[in-house]
Design a protein around this ligand. Structure first.
Ligand code: ADP
Length: 316
């Protein structure tokens, strides 16, 4: 082992997948892995880390520092530090797409719109973690109702016409509505296209809270769905760019923060992340529409969205 040859690890333990990324001393992504989970599980984290190390051809004892992020970030064994996924997605996306201003992260259980500054730091953000609409869970429900794999839903939607009226934006009721449209003889492609168009309005509502600025990229697993990218671009009336590996943007960002920490240059981000953490906690505590109270009809206008939140810039 060469002592000068060191690496760091970023681990993103989400609600549905565990992701790990190995980053080298120059900040380059050397290898990554994504592991599907049934439930948040440390075993899935171990598999993702092993996969990333294998992909990078790096051994465990060459890893100097580990940063965790994501919904289950406090459950990642061996993490030296954790950051919110807002900070990590911003940092990862800014490295994968230099100059990016807007990051739309759609994961399994939540969605976020993040405005990023020149240095890849979070300027402000809005988050929806209260309602499945506009998250990966909604598309998972759609796939089940269409009897399709999640990987097929996007192509199916792109082949259809998006003119059907989809009134229900609640995941539970949407499944019933999709089944009913299919029973009326509507094609799977048309139903898929119409649902994607309706869901994109939710994302537009989230973006409206932080500002419609460009260039924009989409991160998270839903970015792998080509119809999600198409319809969100259409709703924003501007192309949203596709990253090569959108699902590992958070893990890569965590790896870059691990590198900053190891080099001792993480102070500014650390301060920002503490502020972001407080805002996330405040959102979770805020009174927002709850699933059980929802009658299945889109009660608020599409651009009302969740509770608006703003992250103040800290002094330099
Ligand atoms: P989390 O970090 O919350 O675990 P991810 O960012 O990994 O979530 O995103 C998971 C979601 O991404 C799934 O719910 C699924 O809807 C979507 N997804 C994952 N892979 C694909 C794919 N190949 N095509 C379309 N959608 C996908």
């Amino acid at each position: 082992m060469n002592a000068d040859n060191w690496f760091v690890l970023g681990v993103d333990l989400g609600s549905t997948t565990a992701k790990a990324a190995v980053v080298d001393r120059d900040g380059e992504l050397r290898g990554a892995d994504v592991v599907q989970m049934g439930a948040v599980s440390p075993a899935a984290v171990a598999r993702a880390i092993d996969g990333a190390l294998r992909a990078a051809a790096v051994s465990r004892d060459e890893i100097r520092w580990t940063v965790s992020t994501g919904y289950g970030r406090k459950l990642v064994p061996g993490a030296d530090r954790s950051y919110t996924e807002i900070t990590c997605h911003a940092r990862g996306a800014a490295a994968l797409r230099p100059g990016v201003r807007l990051v739309i992260d759609i994961g399994g259980q939540d969605s976020k719109a993040i405005i990023v500054d020149d240095e890849g730091l979070v300027d402000r953000f809005a988050m929806n973690d209260r309602c499945a609409s506009g998250t990966g869970r909604f598309f998972d429900v759609l796939a089940r109702a269409l009897e399709a794999e999640i990987e097929e839903v996007g192509e199916l939607a792109l082949a259809g016409s998006d003119t059907l009226e989809v009134s229900s934006m609640c995941a539970t009721f949407a499944e019933t509505e999709v089944i009913s449209l299919l029973a009326q003889g509507r094609s799977k492609a048309d139903v898929a296209a119409s649902v994607h168009r309706a869901v994109a309005a939710r994302t537009l509502g989230l973006v409206a809270q932080v500002g419609r600025v460009f260039p924009a990229v989409m991160t998270g697993g839903v970015a792998k769905n080509p119809a999600a990218l198409h319809y969100v671009s259409q709703a924003l009336r501007h192309p949203v760019e596709l990253l090569e590996q959108p699902q590992i943007a958070g893990a890569y960002g965590a790896g870059l923060l691990a590198r900053d920490e190891y080099l001792g240059t993480a102070a500014a981000r650390s301060e920002r992340d503490a502020a972001a953490g407080e805002q996330v906690a405040a959102t979770a505590a805020a009174v927002t529409p709850h699933c059980l109270d929802c009658d299945g009809v889109l009660a608020q206008p599409a651009d009302a969205g969740p509770v608006p939140i703003e992250l103040r810039r800290s002094a330099p």
